[in-house]
Design a protein. Sequence first.
Length: 162
Amino acid sequence: MFLWFCVTSVLGIAVIFRSPFLDYRLLALGALLPLVETMLGFQWLFHTLFFGVLVLSSIMLLGRGNRKIQQKLLPLPIGLLTHLVLDGTWTETEIFWWPVTGRDLLGTEVSRLEFSFLPTGMILEILGVIITLWAWRKFELNKQVNLKAFLKNGHLLALEGN
């Protein structure tokens, strides 16, 4: 479900916030990070609200006094949090609200994984392909200047005119 998380996160945040100079590559990375746990067969730290807020707080505290660093790294926790929405982790109280729901859950194998819903996962990935094709046109990535800006800086310049 690579494209489902990656492209849908980028598209959703781009359409909502309309910020052409956000680094959408970092946002995509944040949206994909929880899949590392899933591929290893469990969901825990990266699938918690705590982790997304911890990463966000760390960026804001460590970058205190340097807004440029804060602005550059801010998409990472945004991507982490969009993943939680897109995979429905927010419906899993024990995981989403850890450690409020108890510390013993962390590190245990969880049966509800993104890849365990094979038919649903395939449908979402097909939707991801369709969304990718639509986003490619919306952000005019067929134009060399737009594609170069995205690959080099993570910027979606076509948002400026919308």
